[in-house]
Design a protein around this ligand. Structure first.
Ligand code: HEC
Ligand code: HEC
Length: 363
């Protein structure tokens, strides 16, 4: 033992060896800790996140389920959040990319006729495939989903992250959504007069974001959503600023008398209804508004048989419904849900077109 120590410590070469080995051992130890630190942090974050999601789930049941259900939304009350639309999944993306690539190749100059014929065959197949995807999504479409505009954030022009979209919605609520939903989305942050702390809002956001399925969203998922968001009607939108609008202060009798001088175009009426004026956003969902599909039959059989409509025509009833919706409230629906300002946004020609379109809706 004594000899060994003498050997190790007294000979300068041995001192160097001991020093070097010790140094290397320390480096290995430090390296080992450094490598594992990342994993340790990740595991810690995972646990932390999992706990946050769990807390979020409990808060959701207490505060959110009454309007959003289990997360799939409640028909006529509030939209689903556990939904491919919120996460921007595009069911048509794959087919559409192939269609675009093949169309570009077919239209390129050097492509041979044989290859063109081949491409056309494939394009016809893809068209059928696309159609069948749309057909299988019909239940979701009936509840307000539009597969051609698959991202909620894009539809709203939101360019930041989904996290901030959800979090901001929770903080401020959507006070104006009362104009197109029976009850608006409340503000939850204490700073905005709500009842939840910021850390609780973060837990809720983590819980909602955890519904993301990435590329694994299925058509069944889309069809399971009970309610899709309604497109808000921007009250500032004036359809054609160069034409004179009817004006909300024009009394119903005057509107009815004047619109009779116009010949309506049902095709333009339909375009206004489903497009610019977004009537469809409400009237495609019976829980929100009377269905468009049998409007004309309903007007004839149910509205005009009421004593207050004795002597009215169906056209006059429609003119009133559109320009003065609160003068008569269809049974089963609330007042002030249909925007009362369409008369400020449309001309007599637009009104005649809308009426001509609604006349075609016989169920
Ligand atoms: C009184 C009913 C009601 C309650 C309670 C409610 N919401 Fe909402 N929420 C709505 C409505 C209505 C909308 C749709 C607003 C719109 O269209 O702009 C909405 C929208 C949202 C959105 C945005 C969805 C989108 O696609 O724009 C999120 C996220 C959301 N709610 C989360 C929550 C959470 C989390 C809670 C619980 C803290 C909650 N909501 C409680 C009615 C409610
Ligand atoms: C924000 C939702 C919403 C929008 C947008 C909307 N409506 Fe309505 N509409 C309603 C509701 C709710 C009712 C039933 C309550 C009432 O009579 O006001 C209704 C009633 C009607 C009726 C009477 C139907 C009946 O069975 O008696 C007609 C016609 C009508 N709307 C046409 C339109 C037209 C045309 C547009 C677009 C220019 C439009 N609506 C936009 C919600 C909406």
């Amino acid at each position: 033992m004594f000899n060994l120590q003498r050997l190790l410590v007294e000979r300068i070469e041995h001192r160097l060896i001991v020093g070097t080995v010790a140094f290397l051992l320390i480096m290995v130890l430090v390296g080992w800790i450094a490598i594992n630190e990342g994993g340790r942090m990740q595991a810690f974050e995972r646990q932390y996140n999992a706990r946050s999601i769990e807390r979020g789930a409990a808060i959701f049941v207490t505060y959110c389920a009454e309007c959003h259900g289990t997360g799939l939304g409640i028909s006529g009350v509030a939209p689903g959040l556990n939904s491919p639309y919120l996460f921007g999944h595009d069911f048509l993306a794959e087919v559409d990319t192939e269609i675009a690539t093949l169309t570009a190749e077919r239209d390129a100059e050097g492509t041979s006729d044989a290859r063109r014929a081949e491409i056309d065959t494939r394009l016809a197949e893809l068209d059928t495939e696309r159609q069948s995807i749309l057909t299988s999504l019909q239940p979701a479409i009936d509840r307000g989903y539009n597969p051609e505009a698959p991202s909620r954030r894009d539809s709203l022009g939101w360019t930041s992250t989904l996290y901030s979209f959800v979090y901001t919605t929770l903080v401020h609520g959507r006070p104006t959504s009362i104009t197109y939903w029976p009850r608006s989305m409340p503000a939850w942050s204490q700073t905005a007069g709500g009842s939840l702390r910021d850390d609780q809002l973060q837990d809720l956001t983590n819980f909602i974001l955890n519904w993301d399925k990435g590329t694994a969203w299925t058509i069944e998922d889309a069809n399971a959503v009970q309610q899709y968001p309604i497109r808000p009607v921007d009250p500032a939108t004036v359809v054609a600023s160069d034409v004179e609008t009817i004006g909300v202060n024009t009394p119903t009798e005057e509107v009815v008398a004047e619109v009779a001088n116009y010949v309506g175009d049902p095709v333009n009426g339909q375009a206004l209804y489903t497009g610019a004026l977004a009537c469809q956003g409400c009237h495609a969902n019976a829980a929100v508004a009377p269905l468009v599909t049998d409007t004309w039959t309903r007007v004839q059989n149910e509205r005009l048989t009421l004593p207050e409509y004795a002597g009215w025509t169906g056209e006059a009833y429609l003119a009133q419904s559109i320009t003065h919706p609160n003068e008569y409230i269809a049974p089963g629906y609330g007042a002030n849900i249909m925007p009362p300002n369409f008369a400020d946004r449309i001309s007599y020609q637009d009104l005649a077109d809308l009426i001509a379109y609604l006349r075609t809706q016989e169920g």
